[in-house]
Ligand binder design. Structure first.
Ligand SMILES: Cc1cc2nc3c(=O)[nH]c(=O)nc-3n(C[C@H](O)[C@H](O)[C@H](O)COP(=O)(O)OP(=O)(O)OC[C@H]3O[C@@H](n4cnc5c(N)ncnc54)[C@H](O)[C@@H]3O)c2cc1C
Ligand code: FES
Length: 283
C-alpha cells in the first residue's frame, strides 16, 4: 500500500503510518499502544493528538464497513520519546473495538500530530493538571514536559471507580478521586481542585476530560482567577478543519471573533483542542 506523505508546515502534521511496537490492556476495555514513527514522535507536543483510521479485521467485514471506517478516530498523544509515541484508548464503538484487536508488528494509518497542544509556558513555577477518564493520557506528556523544565506539577486524577484509574504510576505528585469512593476521595475531581487552590494558587491549571468536568474546572478557576486551559475531546470527523463537525461556541469577545472565520464558533481541531477556558461559552 502507498502511503501519502503530506507535509503541512503550519502544524507539522503528516499523513503517514506507524508500526505497532507494543499493546497492553492497562485496565478493563483500555489499551495502550506504543507506536513507531520518528516524524510524529520528534515533533509532537503535549496536548496534541493523532487521527487513526481503524481497519476492520477479516471477521468484521460486512457492507456497513464500506462507509464506517471513513472517519478517523482521535487519540491524544500520551507521550513521545525518541522514535516512538504512545496512545491510550477506551473501547467505545466500532472503531476502537477494531483497534483493540491490532497486533504487534502491524501498521496503522495515521494523520498527525494534530491540534495546538497545551500552552505549558503559562506555568513558570507550578501547575495543576486535572484529568478525568480518557482525559488522563495527555496529562502524562504534560507532566513530563513540565518536569523537564523544573516545574512542579500536581496531578489530580478523576475516575469512575478504582478499576478505571489510569496511568497512576506516571505521576510523582498525585491525588485520586473516584465517583464511587472505591479509591481516594469519594466524589468529583473538582473537589480536589477546590482544596488544592485553598492551599496555594498555581501559575496555571491544565485539564482534559468529559465536558461537564471541564466546565466545573473552568468555573472553579474563574472564581479564583487562576489561568485555566482545557483540552476538549469533541467529535472530530475530519481533524483538519474542513468539515466544521467539531465547532464549539465561544464567548463573543472581539479577540475571539477575530480568531476564526466562523463567528462565535471555533473549530477546535485546528484552534484547539487546548483552549483558554475563559473563551468558551459553557452555558
Ligand atoms: C482531541 C481528542 C483526543 C482524544 N483522546 C482520546 C484518548 O486519548 N483516548 C480515548 O480513549 N479517547 C480519546 N478521544 C475520544 C475518541 O476519539 C473516541 O472515543 C473515539 O472516536 C470513539 O471511536 P469508536 O469507533 O469507538 O466510536 P464510534 O461511536 O463508533 O465512532 C466515533 C466516530 O464517529 C464520529 N462521530 C460520532 N458522533 C458524531 C457526530 N454527532 N458528529 C460527527 N461525528 C461523529 C467521531 O468523530 C468518531 O470519528 C479523543 C477525542 C478527541 C477529539
Ligand atoms: S473535525 Fe472537521 S473541522 Fe474540525
Amino acid at each position: 500500500m502507498t502511503i501519502l506523505q503530506v507535509d503541512a508546515p503550519a502544524t507539522g502534521r503528516r499523513h503517514t503510518r506507524a508500526r505497532v511496537l507494543a499493546k497492553r490492556e492497562v485496565a478493563p476495555r483500555h489499551f495502550a499502544l506504543t507506536l513507531s514513527n520518528s516524524e510524529i514522535a520528534s515533533t509532537a507536543r503535549a496536548g496534541q493528538f493523532v487521527h487513526v483510521l481503524p481497519h476492520p479485521r477479516e471477521d468484521e467485514l460486512d457492507e456497513s464497513w464500506l462507509f464506517d471506517p471513513l472517519l478517523r478516530r482521535a487519540f491524544s498523544i500520551m507521550d513521545a520519546q525518541g522514535d516512538d509515541f504512545e496512545v491510550l484508548f477506551r473501547v467505545e464503538g466500532r472503531g476502537t473495538r477494531s483497534l483493540a484487536r491490532v497486533e504487534v508488528g502491524e501498521y496503522l494509518d495515521i494523520l498527525g500530530p494534530l491540534g495546538n497542544g497545551f500552552s505549558l509556558s503559562q506555568a513558570s513555577k507550578s501547575a495543576i493538571l486535572v484529568g478525568g477518564g480518557v482525559g488522563v493520557p495527555p496529562m502524562v506528556f504534560a507532566a513530563r514536559a513540565l518536569h523537564e523544565r523544573g516545574i512542579e506539577a500536581q496531578m489530580l486524577l478523576g475516575a469512575r471507580s478504582a478499576a478505571d484509574v489510569l496511568c497512576e504510576n506516571k505521576f510523582t505528585s498525585l491525588q485520586i478521586a473516584t465517583d464511587d469512593g472505591s479509591r481516594g476521595h469519594h466524589g468529583r475531581v473538582g473537589d480536589l481542585l477546590e482544596s488544592a487552590l485553598e492551599q496555594t494558587l498555581p501559575d496555571a491549571v491544565f485539564a482534559c476530560g468529559p465536558y461537564p468536568m471541564l466546565r466545573a474546572i473552568a468555573r472553579i478557576c474563574e472564581a479564583r482567577q487562576v489561568k485555566c486551559e482545557v483540552s476538549l475531546e469533541e467529535n472530530m470527523p475530519c481533524g483538519i478543519g474542513v468539515c466544521n463537525g467539531c465547532v464549539v461556541p465561544m464567548r463573543a469577545s472581539e479577540e475571539v471573533l477575530e480568531g476564526d472565520d466562523y463567528g462565535r464558533f471555533r473549530r477546535i481541531c485546528v484552534h484547539g483542542p487546548a483552549c483558554d477556558a475563559r473563551d468558551i461559552d459553557w452555558t
